[in-house]
Design a protein around this ligand. Structure first.
Ligand code: CO
Length: 135
């Protein structure tokens, strides 16, 4: 999606520069592909609301997810093999502990506390990923 946005932005920039450069901006205010101003400190954009993580080919995708506090992450298993979502640590931080998901099944968790939640798949401990929750 980032590539599409960049492409659209590039096309837009070319189109704009080849037309009247003194054109006012009001006509473009609804341009949702424009990246606008990103906070300079953000290396990864935090997602918010309903965020999807796919499980396919024995991998979580995205593997390193950043979401805002209060977001609900839904994992969907797309493999024929069963996978789950299990916190690496069973510390005081409310752990992720999904049932074994068969193909097409989902598991959702709402993250209400800031922190980094590392998790893995119990049947396949080499499947690892994390959710970083930010303000
Ligand atoms: Co697995």
């Amino acid at each position: 999606m980032a590539i599409v946005a960049l492409l659209a932005g590039g096309i837009f920039a070319v189109a704009k520069s080849s037309s009247n450069s003194s054109d006012d901006k009001s006509g473009h205010s609804s341009d949702s592909t424009s990246p606008a101003q990103q906070p300079t400190e953000a290396t990864t954009t935090a997602q918010s609301g309903e965020v999807a993580v796919g499980i396919s080919d024995f991998k979580y995708s995205p593997q390193a997810l950043v979401v805002k506090k209060g977001s609900t992450v839904t994992w969907t298993n797309q493999d024929d093999v069963g996978h789950d979502i299990t916190s690496d640590s069973d510390s005081e931080k409310r752990g992720l502990a999904s049932p074994l998901l068969s193909k097409g099944q989902t598991f959702s968790h709402t993250f209400s506390e800031v922190g980094t939640y590392a998790y893995h798949c119990k049947p396949h401990p080499y499947m690892t990923a994390s959710v970083q929750v930010v303000e």
